[in-house]
Write a protein that binds this ligand. Structure first.
Ligand SMILES: Cc1ncc(COP(=O)(O)O)c(C=O)c1O
Length: 404
């Protein structure tokens, strides 16, 4: 194979571990909320990876931060630290409750760090017995064995032999179930402050405060997984800030790097001290390139007008979906917050979210699903009104083609 040979989609079956089933087209170029494939076919991007490309593709501020750092220094081991990592950590403590930051490379790794910190704190402060972790049905926290087991979809964690222990699952928004489950043996509760993968499910108004209160009563830690909701996605920098409930540990990834891999665990000084030298680590965590890009992303997103813009775009998109629904009668609910929006299919369309995703792709629109009955929209936070209108037009055509 020479580097000039045209890449073919069927190479995927030939050389890739078959744990994905990617679309047929191969995107080769992106700008803002548009992508182009090998045939120069244009797509409007309502997916942004999976809630990752928060500033769209190749945003000039990200390109500039990356190239500037690429010409200076790419990597150091954690035997040293580096300027971008310390600058980003300082920034994250300024924009959140956190006093201390641990850098990882993905959401799963940030969550793995959070769960290990919670367990270590419990062992140090309360003893081995306080080890139970409570999490929620349909929750998603990543694919390492610990995080996938804490996630609430057995189909993802079954089939790998014995699982990490002492993890319980209860229904989201069910405060009675939580009261019946939590005890002084509970070490931590891990929860998404708006479930993404599980179907775009918002917390009931008083639910998270009740979770916080129960954690306090039982001296358990509250971990918010903001991997999908963080970095402006819901219209607040972190979703917890719009909900008035502060966790003890928060995890962030996806949009943090705007497309460059990075994750982080944020916490307090009191808790952080349980991660002494040697307790945890990561070769690439805090990589200068990743941190330089993330710093540019955070600086941009934290601006009031950008966050207000997310709320404005939420209105445009929800309004457009609602108008489409008046025409086609396909959704029973349009929900979510900021630019994490889910449209649930009605009775007649049960199980067909993937059909809609495929039809949209054929009409030049990239979407996501959240299970078989929810179409999910997580566009760039700076998508233009015109791009939203173009995308909705393509969705209209895709749905019409399915109705025919
Ligand atoms: C809420 C949440 N947590 C964790 C993850 C895992 O992140 P990653 O795929 O970067 O490991 C995801 C990914 O979809 C997520 O939505």
């Amino acid at each position: 194979m020479s580097s000039s040979e045209q890449v073919q989609r069927n190479w995927f079956e030939e050389v890739m571990v078959p744990c994905y089933s990617p679309m047929d087209m191969i995107p080769v170029r992106g700008e803002g909320s548009k992508l182009w494939d090998q045939n120069d076919q244009e797509y409007i991007d309502f997916a942004g990876g999976i809630a990752v490309s928060c500033l769209g593709h190749c945003h000039p501020i990200m390109v500039e931060a990356l190239t500037e750092q690429a010409n200076k220094l790419w990597h150091l081991s954690n035997v040293m630290t580096n300027e971008p990592a310390l600058r980003l950590a300082k920034k994250l403590t300024e924009v959140s409750f956190a006093e201390k930051v641990f850098f990882a490379n993905s959401g799963a790794e940030a969550n793995e760090a959070a769960l290990k910190l919670a367990r270590r704190w419990a062992v140090d402060v309360h003893g081995e017995d306080k080890s139970e972790i409570i999490a929620f049905n349909q929750g998603f926290h990543g694919r390492t064995f610990f995080t996938v087991t804490v996630g609430g979809q057995a189909s993802y964690s079954d089939g790998f032999g014995p699982k990490p222990g002492n993890i319980k699952h209860i229904p989201y928004n069910d405060i009675e179930a939580l009261k019946a489950t939590i005890s002084d043996k509970t070490c931590a509760i891990m929860i998404e402050p708006l479930q993404g993968e599980g179907g775009v499910i918002s917390p009931d108004p008083d639910f998270l405060q009740a979770v916080r209160d129960l954690c306090d009563q039982h001296q358990a830690l509250l971990i918010f997984d903001e991997v999908q909701t963080g970095n402006g996605r819901t219209g607040d920098f972190y979703a917890y800030q719009g909900l008035g409930v502060t966790p003890d540990i928060l995890t962030t990834a996806k949009s943090l790097g705007g497309g460059f891999p990075i994750g982080a665990m944020l916490t307090t000084t009191t808790l952080a001290q349980h991660m002494k030298v040697g307790v945890h680590g990561s070769t690439y965590g805090g990589n200068p390139l990743a941190c330089a890009v993330a710093e540019a992303v955070v600086n941009f997103i934290q601006q009031d007008e950008v966050l207000a813009g997310v709320k404005q775009r939420e209105q445009w998109l929800k309004q457009g979906l609602s108008t489409l629904n008046d025409k086609h009668h396909i959704f029973s609910d349009i929900r979510g917050k900021g630019l994490l929006i889910g449209a649930e299919l009605n009775e007649k369309w049960q199980g067909r979210s993937r059909d809609i995703l495929v039809a949209a792709g054929a009409h030049g629109l990239l979407l996501l699903v959240a299970g078989a009955n929810v179409v999910r929209f997580t566009p760039s936070l700076v998508i233009t009104q015109q791009e939203i209108e173009q995308g909705l037009e393509k969705l209209d055509q895709a749905i019409s083609s399915l109705i025919k």
